[in-house]
Design a protein around this ligand. Structure first.
Ligand code: RB5
Length: 157
């Protein structure tokens, strides 16, 4: 499992903590930055990480960290093929994988402490997408929500 990880300045310290922990547990980590606490714009990091993740041919997931996780999550979900979930505890992180087939976990470094963040990441990584048909149908429907506002009253098929 390849893990892409990125943060802005607010998430830098938590990124480094999680990166070290995950490397010690055998994950291959691809760190897209930032590499210091110099102020950085979260969309820049989300742009870089999501571009690399959707082009990755090996099994891969991503972790994006900012102050709240919210900006990273909004930015990441702009990229087709990305399903990013902002989670602050393990139950939501596991269900984001199991029900939503989330491929990025967003964390808020100003919201969760390092131990809770670590437990949340571990839940995300150890959980797979459910084999239940209903979850696959619902995730497929996510791809159908596009930019055509005129057809928004038509049911998704
Ligand atoms: C940076 O101050 C902060 O706005 C950013 O880390 C993030 O929380 C945005 O959603």
């Amino acid at each position: 499992m390849i893990l892409y990880i990125g943060s802005d300045h607010a998430g830098y310290s938590l990124k480094e903590y999680l990166k070290n922990h995950l490397q010690q547990h055998g994950y291959e980590i691809l760190d897209v930055g930032v590499h210091s606490e110099t102020p950085a714009d979260y969309p820049d990091i989300a742009h870089t990480l999501t571009a690399q993740l959707v082009q990755e041919t090996r099994p891969a997931l991503g972790i994006l960290i900012c102050g709240t996780g919210i900006g990273m999550c909004i930015a990441a979900n702009k990229r087709p093929g990305i399903r990013a979930a902002n989670a602050s505890e393990p139950v939501s992180a596991a269900l984001a994988r199991e029900h939503n087939n989330a491929n990025i976990l967003c964390l808020g470094a100003r919201v969760v402490g390092p131990e809770l963040a670590r437990a949340t990441v571990e839940a995300f990584l150890r959980t797979g997408f459910s084999p239940e048909e209903r979850h696959h149908r619902r995730v497929q429907k996510l791809e159908l929500i596009g930019g055509d506002l005129k057809s928004h009253t038509e049911p998704l098929k």
